[in-house]
Design a binder for this molecule. Structure first.
Ligand code: ITT
Length: 201
């Protein structure tokens, strides 16, 4: 096994940029597309952990290589933690984030700040092939609130409505580097990087 080569099982280009920014100084991270794998893993789990493990293990079985997968989403307390694991499929997979974000702003119209709490969650699973044959998972979160309007052009998905009161901006107003310093994904990536270093290097 090439101990430095990782296939990251994601089709989301926004995620991939953030992932490569943290891991590429230590590992050679390639996308599923670059690895010539084009399958859709059915995300039918009810937790981020289940879905991340399923994505990583299915692609590991097909490729025989070390595979990482990220399952993530936005939990909004006022909406009983929706969209949660269904974040990508909320209002339909092909619905634009302009529409999804506007819908959420509408659902939270007139809701006071203290009830607008939310968090991004990111679980990363690593499926390590034989002779190790092991699955590792790590979890990172970031707390914030749902803003009153969309702000910022960076990032992807729900970033324009995810407001950080301490920083007085949304995660879409942070540079990639600054987002990775504090985000759910940045935290999970640092944890998995340390685990993999211990395990493989
Ligand atoms: P892959 O399964 O191919 O990795 P996906 O986008 O379908 O891509 P998920 O099923 O994990 O991935 O869904 C995660 C969704 O949660 C993502 O599409 C966004 O809508 C949202 N999300 C997760 N992390 C985010 C972030 O850092 N900023 C904004 N939105 C985020």
């Amino acid at each position: 096994m090439d101990n430095k080569k990782i296939i990251f099982a994601t089709k989301n280009k926004g995620k991939l940029k953030e992932i490569q920014a943290v891991l590429s100084d230590t590992f050679d991270v390639i996308s599923m597309e670059d690895a010539g794998i084009n399958i859709n893993v059915k995300e039918d789990g009810t937790t981020f952990e289940e879905n991340a493990v399923k994505k990583a293990s299915e692609i590991m079985k097909i490729s025989g290589k070390l595979v990482l997968a990220d399952d993530s989403g936005l939990e909004i307390d006022y909406l009983d933690k929706a969209p949660g694991v269904y974040s990508a499929r909320y209002m339909g997979e092909n619905t634009s984030y302009l529409i999804k974000n506007n819908k959420i702003l509408d659902l939270l119209k007139n809701v006071p700040e203290e009830k607008r709490t939310a968090r991004f969650v990111c679980v990363i699973a690593a499926a390590i092939p034989e002779p190790h044959n092991k699955i590792l998972t790590v979890r990172g979160t970031i707390e914030g609130i749902i803003g009153y309007k969309m702000q910022g052009e960076n990032g992807f998905g729900y970033d324009p409505i995810f407001y950080l009161p301490d920083k007085m901006c949304t995660t879409a107003q942070l540079s990639l580097k600054d987002k990775n310093e504090i985000s759910h994904r940045g935290k999970a990536l640092k944890l998995i990087k340390e685990e993999l270093k211990k395990f493989l290097l």
